[in-house]
Design a protein around this ligand. Structure first.
Ligand SMILES: [Zn+2]
Length: 193
C-alpha cells in the first residue's frame, strides 16, 4: 500500500510525486529510507533494456517499503532534457557517444538535474534526515547542501542487460556506484535480506 503526496509551489513548478511506502511514518530503523528517482518513461513504463531505470525503480520501491520511507518520483525525463531530446540522444548513442556525451552534443549539460526540489519535498513531508538509496554521489551531496541530513547511502544493485552495458559503464565513469552483492551494514542487511 502506498500513499501519494502532491505538492504546490515547488521551485521548478513540476508535478513531482512522493509515495509513502511501508511504515513511512515509523520506519523500522528509525530513519526513513528515501529513493530519489528521475522519471524515465522508456525504462520505467516500457521496460527498455537500454538503461536500468525500470529495474532500479522496482528494486527501490521494494527496499523502501521493507523499512518504511519515501519514493520521490521526479519528472526529470532524460536527466532533465526531456523525452524527445532523450530519444534524439539515443540516436547519437547508437553512433557511439555515451549518454553524457550525447546530451552535450545536443547542446545540454551532461546531467542538468537539480535536486533542490527533492529537498523541498522532503522538508514539506517533515523529513530532515534520511537513509538514501542511490549510486549517484551527487544526489547525496546536493540533498545535504539543501539541508537534508544523510544518515547512510545505499547503492542500488547493478541491473545489467545485453543492451545497457555501455550505459552502466558511462555511469560508473562519472562516479556512480553499485551495491556489492553482500550486505555491508545493518540497515543494508535489512534492505536487502
Ligand atoms: Zn532510463
Amino acid at each position: 500500500m502506498a500513499r501519494a503526496f502532491t505538492f504546490s509551489s515547488l521551485v521548478d513548478q513540476g508535478e513531482h510525486l512522493a509515495l509513502g511506502l511501508g511504515s513511512y511514518l515509523r520506519p523500522l530503523t528509525g530513519t526513513p529510507v528515501v529513493r530519489v528517482h528521475s522519471e524515465c518513461l522508456t525504462g520505467d513504463v516500457f521496460r527498455s533494456r537500454r538503461c536500468d531505470c525500470g529495474s532500479q525503480l522496482e528494486e527501490s520501491m521494494a527496499a523502501v517499503a521493507s523499512t518504511g520511507g519515501y519514493l520521490l518520483y521526479l519528472r526529470q525525463e532524460g536527466r532533465g532534457i526531456g523525452l524527445y531530446a532523450k530519444l534524439d540522444a539515443y540516436g547519437l548513442q547508437d553512433q557511439g557517444l555515451d549518454t553524457f556525451e550525447a546530451n552535450m552534443a545536443l547542446g545540454y549539460d551532461e546531467d542538468p538535474r537539480d535536486y533542490r526540489v527533492a529537498a523541498q519535498m522532503l522538508i514539506a513531508l517533515g523529513v530532515n534526515r534520511v537513509d538514501l538509496l542511490t549510486g549517484n554521489p551527487r544526489k547525496a551531496s546536493e540533498l545535504a547542501s539543501w539541508g537534508i541530513g544523510i544518515s547512510g547511502v545505499f547503492p542500488t544493485r547493478r541491473h545489467e542487460t545485453s543492451e545497457n552495458t555501455h550505459y552502466l559503464a558511462a555511469k560508473m565513469s562519472r562516479g556512480h556506484r553499485f551495491h556489492p552483492q553482500a550486505p555491508v551494514s545493518p540497515v543494508d542487511q535489512h534492505l536487502y535480506s
